[in-house]
Design a protein around this ligand. Structure first.
Ligand SMILES: Nc1nc2c(ncn2[C@@H]2O[C@H](COP(=O)(O)OP(=O)(O)O)[C@@H](O)[C@H]2O)c(=O)[nH]1
Ligand SMILES: [Mg+2]
Length: 243
């Protein structure tokens, strides 16, 4: 493979059911392109993700992909950053492995990001379009709270993909190991005055396995509490000068 221009990182935590789908969808949308690499991170999965990843990555038609392994799970952010550091592309993206965001959206986002400005001067995030009214309301509420707490209007924080030029990576000096990586990424862009391009994406149903939250009312409340926890932790870190 020639030097990739875009590396797409997918953190996989017990995604055995989704992995074959991810490969086949990427195969469809990448086709014969040689400028894209997919970095599948096995983030300390305890199901048979490791075996399935090895089988898929060894297939000649999946030459666009490789696997990075985190032996013991140390969190979502830790897994993503392991893949990001192993990525060789000039541009880097991460997205989820649950097939809720179509792999093709990452390729469309790449076009948007390159058209949006000089490399390194903008970053990109997804913006979910087709959400239920209640989900939209929660997302809006979170945006308001994060605006007040952090002085930064951060909207639809957990939408995928996230994408940036390698130069932005140099700014990501202390990425959190937990689920607050997306919040940190957006906050950093805001703090540095780097415009955040929003890409409209359709948010589908998880194909296999279980989500960590969001789906049920109980899950939603947990997710909100967790996100708010991150917002206030980040605020306290900022005040104490550690971010
Ligand atoms: N729960 C969890 N998910 C992880 C972890 N590392 C990577 N992931 C991946 O993070 C993505 C988002 O997780 P998901 O459960 O779908 O979250 P939700 O859709 O926000 O409720 C999926 O691709 C997971 O496989 C981890 O340590 N824990
Ligand atoms: Mg999900």
């Amino acid at each position: 493979m020639s030097t990739p221009h875009l590396s797409i990182v997918l953190p996989c935590y017990n995604e055995a059911g989704n992995i074959p789908l991810i490969f086949s969808r990427f195969r469809e949308v990448i086709g014969a392109r040689e400028d894209i690499e997919v970095v599948m991170v096995n983030n300390g999965s305890t199901d048979d993700s490791a075996e399935i990843l090895a089988v898929e990555a060894a297939r000649p038609e999946n030459a666009f992909a490789r696997v990075e392994t985190v032996d013991i799970n140390q969190g979502y952010g830790y897994g993503i950053m392991s893949g990001v550091r192993a990525a060789t592309g000039e541009f880097i993206a991460w997205t989820h492995a649950d097939m809720q965001t179509d792999p093709n959206d990452v390729l469309l986002g790449y076009e948007m990001l390159r058209e949006a400005g000089e490399p390194g001067t903008v970053v990109l995030k997804g913006r979910r379009q087709n959400r239920a009214l209640l989900d939209d309301f929660f997302t809006w509420g979170m945006a308001v709270i994060s605006s007040i707490a952090l002085g930064a209007r951060l909207d639809d924080i957990n939408a995928q993909p996230k994408m940036f030029h390698r130069r932005f990576l140099e700014k990501m000096a202390s990425p959190p190991a937990d689920f607050s990586l997306d919040l940190y990424f957006l906050y950093l862009a805001h703090k540095l005055g780097v415009p955040i391009v929003e890409q409209p994406v359709i948010f589908g149903e998880r194909q296999h396995g279980e989500a960590k939250g969001g789906g049920t009312m109980k899950g939603k409340i947990k997710l909100i509490r967790r996100t708010l926890g991150y917002v206030f932790k980040l605020r306290s870190d900022i005040r104490h000068g550690s971010r």
